[in-house]
Design a protein around this ligand. Structure first.
Ligand code: PLP
Length: 377
């Protein structure tokens, strides 16, 4: 079979074999609806509640603050739409680097004249300006702030603790899209002033279609989806039991070996930076990508000289067996290109390429990718 390497782990990660086994076992044994009151149903309910406890323990929070969703998009939409509507918010702040799961619901509300939407200043690396945040919050109206923890395209990390502290000082509601960092970094919810956080299992070797929203106990909202009384009336719909159990297990596995796996992946990224710099002419890196401590260690985002078309480069790399991405997977196919790269540098015509790593990658994968790349740029 032709050799292929998968360096697109920010789009999604391979499901861990232990998780596949768990899902397939559970599908045989736990088919019952967790809302059913008979013994079958009660067994399914226990699985759901144990998963909630596991996740809550890992985040040092109470199980009551974890609500299962269909993934990161739903978690973001729920936080944004419900908090803004239920708290009668008239002003929201985000960054142009936010994922579309955040930008689109906010822009929809702004275009319906329900809110005024402000974009926070960013520096050349995509880091937000804390002084601009304070300035935007000065006008005393209750504000909704949505700043992602790490950007999925360029790996820029924002100072979550500082942003939360400022939001608290100004009584603003703070939502953070932590889809790229959950189970990759540790979070102590007792330390962070965050009201909402979004997570998605497929970014940490769990299955697709399952995620959760953390909702601080200090804030109340009404549900986005109405119907049955699942998730304590906060998210209607029969629970995805296998997904929920698998997500909790994937998160547990990630946190069991967090330091070791982080260092391993950082080593791969460092190696790829070295190889790119030494073997490819005129490569440039986005944001703080080459700083292993100050950027998302799973993401390496770079660009190549202007004469190469990004789509063509991606296409040719794919033909040669290297799976990577030209931005986010969600925006691929869009004729507009990456809104993140455009926000960083509207003038640039250099093709952006994102390589992203997981614990299943090896140095050989990187050697292979560099060899293919050398033939193309
Ligand atoms: N937010 C970020 C930063 C992401 O990278 C993604 C997925 O790519 C999402 C939200 C959406 O998550 P999901 O695919 O679970 O809906």
């Amino acid at each position: 079979m032709k050799k292929r390497v998968f360096l697109d782990n920010a789009a999604t990660t391979p499901i861990a074999p232990e998780i596949i086994e768990l899902i397939s076992d559970m599908m045989k044994t736990h088919f019952a609806n967790p809302s059913s009151i008979h013994s079958y149903g009660r067994e399914s309910k226990i699985v759901v509640e144990n998963a909630r406890k596991t996740i809550a323990n890992l985040l040092n929070t109470s199980p009551g603050s974890i609500f299962f969703t269909s993934g990161g998009t739903e978690a973001d939409n729920m936080a944004i739409k419900c908090a803004i509507q239920d708290h009668k918010i008239k002003h929201a702040i985000t960054s142009k680097l936010s994922h579309h799961a955040v930008l689109y619901p906010l822009e929809d509300l702004a275009s319906e004249n329900k809110i005024k939407l402000s974009y926070i200043d960013i520096d050349k690396n995509g880091v937000i300006s804390l002084s601009h945040l304070e300035k935007l919050l000065l006008n005393n109206e209750r504000t909704f702030v949505s700043i992602m923890h790490a950007n999925n395209e360029i790996g820029t990390i924002q100072p979550l603790k500082d942003i939360g502290d400022i939001c608290k000082q100004y009584n603003a509601i703070f939502h953070s899209d932590t889809v790229q960092t959950m189970a990759h970094y540790s979070f102590d919810m007792q330390e962070l002033n965050v009201d909402f956080m979004a997570a998605s299992a497929h970014k940490f070797h769990g299955p697709k279609g399952i995620g959760f929203v953390y909702i601080s106990e200090d804030i109340q909202i009404n549900p986005l989806l109405r119907g049955g009384g699942q998730e304590r009336n906060m998210r209607a719909g029969t629970e995805n039991i296998y997904g929920i159990a698998a997500m909790a297990k994937a998160m547990e596995m990630a946190y069991e070996n967090l330091e070791e796996e982080t260092n391993y992946i950082k080593g791969l990224k460092k190696y790829m930076i070295y190889k790119l710099k030494s073997e490819i002419e005129d490569v440039q890196f986005y944001g703080k990508c080459t700083d292993l401590e100050e950027s998302l260690y799973t993401v390496l985002s770079c660009n190549f000289p202007e004469n190469k078309n990004s789509e063509m480069l991606m296409f040719n790399l794919d033909i040669k067996g290297v799976a990577c991405s030209g931005g986010s997977a969600c925006s691929s196919g869009s004729s507009k290109g990456s809104h993140v790269l455009t926000a960083l540098d509207p003038e640039s015509s250099r093709p952006g390429v994102r390589f992203s790593f997981s614990k299943y990658n090896t140095k050989e994968d990187i050697d292979f990718a560099i060899d293919q790349l050398k033939e193309l740029v």
